[in-house]
Write a protein that binds this ligand. Structure first.
Ligand SMILES: Cc1ncc(COP(=O)(O)O)c(C=O)c1O
Length: 409
């Protein structure tokens, strides 16, 4: 992703349909001390007015598993219908640290492999590479993970002497495809995970922007402790706080006394990596949770409306610009920050650089989401951070680029 940042830096006037960021217009620096203070007052109540203990909790080195675990457990209950024991949560430096800790804990020896629905979020490839765990791709169909392929990949890997330790999946508005699994598919996926004795790593940064009547998370449906749930407050809280978490309630056989859970193992690793997540940053997120009755769905009502509007505008804009070009097609996600656009040419980094220089619009080449990094004819488009006029302008530029490229210019 350094390459994409470098291109964005070189062409500052290019419109970015590449950055998967929340809309900055809703950020307000004044929220930071306000939320911090809401949490401080809550803590003062909880600690019976003991100012020294409050100071220590907020400003000193702190509990490795974090200080807002109880608030997160309540948020999971309110927003996701997930029952989480606070002790099974580890508050991390973004979801990325949660992912790294989880993979590091799962990685025992060179036979261990991770399965990942592919194309998949770049961060999982990076974390797997850092813990020396090869990633085996599982195909993604139009309705999400291809379950036959999942079973085939698990069995092939085992027959070859490898140990599939888990399968990474983004069931809600995946990055990069925007695809969401329906409830029946979620149930089938859980059934297969139980039958094949496979952990599922459920990563869910975008689900809360969906319809509340949508399908439950895998973790909410998990009956056999098959799901490790990875959470991020980057899109629903504040990305600059860098706070995420992992819910790892699995009991570990042979665990040390008093540390029975996978979460305890993750905390041990965390104590050697980042020691603890900044309590100041946690307090800001904690205050936001408290200010909205623990509901980030409620806290993000206007964001949800904006992102839905942007998606609808992009879908209508593509329809308008490409109906006469049947070689250009796209999927139609129900929500989230992304969709995939298929074009009649291979779209790699060189072409992106050309497009940025000549047409002043950026997109993400899909090969960044594959372990093999072979350029393909698909672009990821994102639209969460743009204003309506920027979306129109960006799509005009994109259409100009695609027409020129399709005509061989
Ligand atoms: C699927 C997915 N997981 C995790 C993350 C990163 O989360 P965080 O910023 O909390 O590390 C992202 C960020 O774009 C993402 O798309």
């Amino acid at each position: 992703m350094n390459f994409l940042n470098e291109i964005a830096h070189r062409f500052p006037d290019a419109i970015s349909l590449a950055a998967g960021r929340p809309f900055e217009g809703f950020f307000d620096p004044a929220d930071v001390p306000r939320y911090f203070d809401i949490y401080r007052r809550y803590l003062t109540d909880r600690l019976d007015g003991d100012d020294a203990a409050v100071r220590r909790t907020l400003l000193q080195y702190g509990r490795t598993k974090g200080i807002i675990h109880e608030l997160i457990a309540e948020h999971l209950r309110v927003d996701e219908g997930i029952t989480a024991a606070p002790d099974a949560l580890v508050v991390t430096v973004g979801c990325q640290e949660a992912l790294w800790l989880t993979l590091r804990a799962l990685r025992r020896d060179e036979r261990d492999v991770l399965l990942a629905v592919t194309p998949s979020y770049v961060g999982v490839h990076g974390a797997a590479m850092m813990v020396d765990m090869p990633v085996l791709p599982v195909r993604e169909a139009a309705d999400g993970i291809d379950l036959d392929d999942l079973v085939a990949v698990v069995r092939r890997a085992r027959a070859a002497g490898r140990n599939p330790r888990a399968c990474y999946v983004i069931p809600d508005f995946a990055n990069p495809s925007g695809v969401r699994l329906d409830r029946a598919k979620r149930e089938r996926l859980l059934g297969i995970a139980a039958a094949e004795d496979l952990l599922l790593l459920e990563d869910n940064p975008y689900g809360l922007f969906g319809d509340p009547a949508g399908p439950p998370t895998l973790k909410a449906l998990d009956r056999h402790g098959q799901v490790v749930y990875l959470g991020s407050f980057a899109k629903t809280g504040l990305p600059g706080a860098r706070v995420g978490y992992v819910l790892a309630d699995q009991e570990v056989t042979g665990a040390p006394a008093g540390q029975p859970l996978l979460a305890d193992q993750l905390a041990k690793l965390k104590s050697m990596l980042t020691v603890n997540t900044s309590p100041i940053a946690q307090a800001v997120i904690g205050g936001k949770l408290l200010a909205h009755g623990h509901s980030l769905r409620a806290a993000n009502a206007r964001e949800t409306e904006t992102y839905r509007g942007n998606l609808a505008q992009v879908l209508a804009g593509l329809e308008k610009r490409f109906t006469d070009l049947p070689s250009v097609s796209w999927n139609v996600p129900e929500g989230g920050f992304f969709l995939l656009l298929t074009v009649p040419f291979t779209a790699g980094d060189d072409l992106l650089a050309h497009c940025a220089a000549v047409h002043r619009v950026l997109w993400t080449p899909i090969h960044h989401f594959y372990a093999d990094a072979t350029p393909r004819n698909v672009l990821r488009l994102s639209f969460s951070h743009l204003l309506p006029a920027e979306i129109e302008d960006g799509l005009d530029r994109l259409a100009e680029f695609i027409r020129a490229q399709s005509a061989g210019n």
